[in-house]
Design a protein around this ligand. Structure first.
Ligand code: MN
Length: 713
């Protein structure tokens, strides 16, 4: 078992001057609460947090991370309480430990492989402090190293999860040594046969290969020296799991995988790296598509290196990585290399600078040859805009931040959304507007009688929910409109002695549908229901044109024929004048009751206008005369009115009836069709006074389909 003093020494070496007592206190506390607990191996439980702290110290992590590593299992596995940890070790350690606990207690279930990407994103999104992830990785690494104590089935499932989730996260953070070790151990448990085969193959001609490695290393070193380049050259076997993956991906047998050995050249400066690259390329022919410049274009996890593969002297391929010391350090420990925490500051300055720089890359991602891959790796990790929630069966669903149970319901299924009547989070009822949080377990209550509400549109966040709710509302409205439209059409057709039910199936109807620009008869009928077109317009298209035209004309003729033309007479008293020639302004057609003003017109006596008539206002005020309506009026006066309505058969007749019913005469009538449904009817009617006019107008207003009745002048 690793000793606490060794761990403390490492931290002291890497972070001189930091407070080491917190590590000691964490160790003592952890030993106390884990007391008498044993691991499956039979060792005291304390060995696990100690090893985890040791891995963290090896990663050059600082005192807080190492102390949190010692405490990472106490909340979950012992009687220790959150309050105690907070009181004894402060808010930072508490936050990190509870972050690790939260990830460890995620209700992850089977079918993880399919959901691996969601789980990885969720874990990264959950950690507000990257140290949570690093501790979780160290925890998993030690658990993998001691996996042999589990049952075969259990160890296989843990190993699979390790490949799917944790090795990927380690790679994403650039901690390749953890990624490689996790993968290699997991590979052994998940595919023991394949693992054994590769191991045998690698070892079979081991001596031969070792010789080859030594020869090649020496050759490269000599060439570097000849060119005054000082560099370290190393050669190593690739990890078994990546050899296995390569065999699968490219469908190769082991003999065909020639680049199982990779060489690495470490130099002092970046120019030296490019110089060495030029040298290698001049010695051996490079394979063009294999060349990658991660110095000029670092990976999102800050990995930098030149990668190239060349055809070696005997025609075999040689894979090379060329980089500086510093880059090599980053390549080994990834993001942790930049994580030299100072007390009080959560993010090291160089890290935030690098992150800003990554953000810049994201914004200029068109420069990348494979932007989708780049985005996949970076954006979601660094800018977690998503929340990850569980279905009751443990499946993970990804939703945008701010999403609600309604969004979740529609994500599950449109029907679940449409019948969503309530929601529970962790078994407790929540409002439908509730904002979902990562790791919420959400269940939706549905009811066949329940329907989407327009209000939902105010709070849903996903495009899917929004469009499905809209669609539902639209369908509902259309259904109603079809019922209404059909009823209106049936009545209208009946009036014209036509059977709508029969006509609707006729070929002529197909033409009518096309004429109005619809695809189906239902659309046409619905648009009648919506009030977009009138049933009469449909009749007009079904009945031959001349017939319907004649219909309209004859109505107007009939009306005009009934009109008795009658000239209006005076009835106005001009103050101080008895016998004077009077005329009424044609522009405003005053009716008894209207405020009026007289104007002297040369040669024509006095013209009477309504006081507010625009023409009258233009006349010189000197010509103005005070006038008033006489008390006894027996005359009727003409007045123009305009009736706006939706067109229909019998409209004019009904209006005319309304006028004559009130004892007014029609002097003139005309109609003007404005667009497909609107019609303006103009009438000049004779009324006794303004009160009489009002009665007529209000009667007309009640006529079916009349929209507006107005006196015009
Ligand atoms: Mn643990």
């Amino acid at each position: 078992m690793i000793r606490i003093n060794d761990i403390i020494d490492k931290v002291a070496e890497n972070h001189p001057g930091s407070d080491l007592s917190i590590i000691e206190r964490a160790y003592i506390y952890s030993a106390r609460v884990h007391h008498e607990q044993l691991r499956l191996s039979g060792e005291p439980y304390l060995s696990h947090p100690l090893e985890v702290a040791g891995i963290l110290a090896d990663m050059k992590m600082e005192n807080i991370s190492v102390a949190a590593g010692l405490l990472h299992d106490v909340i979950e596995d012992t009687h220790a309480t959150s309050e105690e940890i907070k009181d004894l070790f402060g808010p930072d350690i508490f936050r990190i430990v509870s972050g690790v606990t939260k990830i460890s207690s995620l209700p992850l279930k089977s079918s993880q492989e399919r959901q691996a990407e969601s789980i990885r994103k969720m874990i990264l999104a959950m950690a507000d402090d990257i140290r949570v992830i690093l501790i979780k990785l160290a925890d998993r690494l030690h658990n993998m190293r001691t996996l042999q104590h589990h049952s075969e089935e259990k160890s296989r499932s843990i190993a699979q999860e390790t490949i799917d989730i944790y090795a990927s996260i380690a790679a994403r953070l650039g901690i390749y040594w953890i990624k490689n070790e996790l993968e290699n151990i997991a590979f052994m448990y998940v595919l023991p046969d394949e693992y054994g085969n590769i191991k045998n193959f690698v070892n079979r001609e081991r001596e031969e290969r070792e010789k080859y490695i030594r020869r090649t290393k020496r050759f490269i070193r000599e060439k570097l020296e000849e060119n005054n380049l000082k560099g370290e050259v190393s050669g190593r076997y690739k990890n078994y799991y990546s050899i296995h993956q390569k065999m699968i991906k490219q469908n190769l047998t082991f003999e065909d995988v020639y680049d199982i050995i990779a060489f690495r050249i470490i130099l002092d400066t970046i120019p030296q790296c490019y110089e060495a690259l030029g040298l290698i390329h001049s010695l051996w022919r490079p394979i063009a598509y294999k060349f990658k410049d991660y110095i000029g274009f670092p990976k999102p996890n800050m990995y930098q290196s030149l990668h190239t593969t060349v055809m070696g002297p005997t025609g075999d391929r040689i894979e090379l990585q060329i980089r500086t010391q510093e880059m090599d350090h980053v390549a080994r420990s990834g993001i942790a290399a930049h994580w030299s925490y100072k007390e009080g500051s959560r993010i090291d300055e160089t890290v935030s600078k690098k992150f800003a720089w990554i953000q810049n890359l994201v914004e200029n991602q068109e420069d990348f040859s494979n932007p989708s891959e780049f985005m996949e790796n970076v954006r979601i990790d660094l800018f977690p805009d998503d929340v990850y929630v569980f279905t009751p069966r443990g499946e993970i669903k990804t939703l945008p931040k701010g999403a609600t149970p309604v969004d979740f319901a529609y994500l599950i299924h449109t029907e679940v959304g449409n019948q969503c009547s309530g929601a529970k989070v962790h078994g407790r009822m929540v409002p439908l507007q509730y904002e979902l949080k990562t790791s919420d377990v959400v269940s939706i209550i549905t009811s066949k009688k329940h329907h989407p509400s327009k209000d939902w549109l105010n709070f849903v966040k996903t495009v899917k929910a929004r469009s499905r709710i809209r669609q539902w509302i639209k369908t509902q409205e259309k259904d109603k409109s079809i019922v209404l439209g059909r009823e209106m059409c049936e009545k209208e057709f009946q009036k014209h002695r036509l059977n709508f039910t029969v006509e609707v199936k006729s070929d002529r109807m197909t033409e009518v549908v096309a004429h109005f620009g619809f695809k189906t008869v239902d659309d046409l009928i619905a648009s009648v229901g919506y009030g977009k077109i009138t049933p009469l317009q449909i009749v007009g298209k079904v009945v031959p044109k001349s017939e319907s035209d004649t219909l309209q004309e004859s109505i107007i003729h009939k009306l005009i024929g009934r009109v008795k033309k009658k000239k209006p007479n005076a009835g106005v008293v001009v103050k101080g004048l008895d016998d004077v020639l009077l005329k009424f302004g044609k522009c405003c057609q005053p009716v008894p009751g209207d405020p009026i003003t007289g104007y002297i017109t040369r040669g024509y006596g006095i013209t009477i206008h309504r006081t507010n008539c625009v023409n009258a206002l233009k006349v010189n005020p000197e010509r103005q005369m005070e006038v008033e309506w006489s008390k006894k009026i027996t005359e009727t006066y003409p007045v123009k009115i305009r009736v706006r309505s939706y067109d229909r058969v019998g409209l004019l007749a009904d209006i005319a009836e309304g006028i004559s019913k009130n004892g007014a005469n029609i002097l003139y009538a005309s109609t003007e069709t404005k667009d497909i449904r609107d019609v303006d009817s103009f009438f000049t009617i004779s009324v006794e006074n303004i009160e009489h006019l009002r009665r007529v107008l209000s009667t007309i207003k009640k006529v079916k389909h009349v929209q507006e009745v107005k006196r015009i002048a």
